[in-house]
Design a protein around this ligand. Structure first.
Ligand code: URA
Length: 302
């Protein structure tokens, strides 16, 4: 409880430094604070400290719309990244152990809002191709599954255009929680922001562990955050500089392309779709997937 009050005090100090002069506090929030200060349990506290466990599902987002950078209330208090060590066993056993670790990670739990879920990855543990995104959005933190919102639906279509099913590939994210943005009067968070470097560094061991377990032949980084997480911070200036090129990630081929949310952002045009599709054609070639003439011609302006 003391920790929660310290976090709140830190956040208020941060807002003051940022020039914020007024903070709206609802009657409900004041009542909760009074209860906290009096040492009584706040309504719904159990739920807050114990998010529902993830279902070990097999499948796949909300657009990670770049918004002004606002660190989460506790992002500057993150401990050192976890040392993830998995037991021996088959892939399913090791994945289940990883799910258990991330679901019980105190930092991940502290960063997940009441009633929302920690998100690991989804898909086939035998996948040859693994897609890596940024962070859960609104839908993902509800369902506990990556890429199930609008960007996820587009990603699913892209996978299908490659002649695959969503369940044939593996889909993970850099982050295991939805990066916080301040909300007013306890309302639901409306937008998304990119994770901070500290948040990414905290969650990266869980992504590396998924890569280790699934052991795909090919990795596809979707967007800048995924590329930074896999290639390294401050190693490139813009995504346009590095997309469409093969990179190495621990001996695995890594293709960098734009995030599906980029394709959903106006102007929605075939030029952007074609750029991403060309990157995916390269992935299909390297994965020795059959490519038809129709597939080669997608999004080419007549
Ligand atoms: N955007 C991502 O990068 N990942 C998700 O899971 C959803 C949206």
């Amino acid at each position: 409880m003391r920790h929660a009050l310290n976090v709140l005090a830190d956040e208020l100090r941060r807002l003051k430094t940022a020039g914020v002069k007024h903070v709206a506090v609802s009657d409900e929030a004041i009542a909760t604070l009074r209860r906290v200060i009096a040492g009584k349990k706040a309504k719904g506290e159990e739920r807050c400290e114990k998010p529902e466990p993830l279902k070990p599902a097999l499948m796949v987002s909300a657009p990670a719309v770049p918004l002004p950078h606002l660190p989460s209330p506790i992002s500057h208090l993150l401990p050192t990244a976890p040392a993830v060590s998995l037991p021996p066993g088959d892939k399913a056993t090791r994945w289940a152990a990883l799910l258990d670790l991330v679901t019980n990670d105190a930092t991940c739990r502290a960063n997940v809002r009441p009633g929302k879920k920690i998100v690991l990855g989804v898909g086939s543990v035998d996948a040859k191709i693994m897609f890596v995104g940024e962070a859960p959005g609104a839908e993902e933190e509800i369902q506990g599954e990556p890429f199930v919102g609008p960007a996820g639906q587009l990603l699913t279509k892209m996978i299908q255009a490659m002649g695959l099913k969503r369940a044939d590939v593996y889909i993970g994210n850099i982050m295991n929680w939805r990066p916080h943005m301040p909300t007013v009067d306890g309302r639901e968070q409306a937008g998304n922001r990119p994770p901070t470097e500290a948040e990414m560094r905290y969650c990266l061991p869980y992504l590396r562990a998924q890569i280790e377990v699934v052991n795909p032949d090919l990795l596809v980084a979707l967007g800048k955050t995924a590329a930074e997480g896999l290639i390294g911070f401050r190693t490139f200036k813009s995504l346009g500089e590095i997309r469409g090129q093969w990179r190495d990630f621990g001996g695995k081929s890594l293709m960098v392309t734009y995030h599906p949310s980029y394709l959903l952002r106006p102007p929605v045009d075939n030029r952007k779709k074609r750029i991403v599709w060309e990157d995916l054609l390269k992935v299909m070639e390297r994965a020795a997937l059959p490519i038809s003439e129709k597939q080669r011609g997608f999004f080419l302006d007549k």
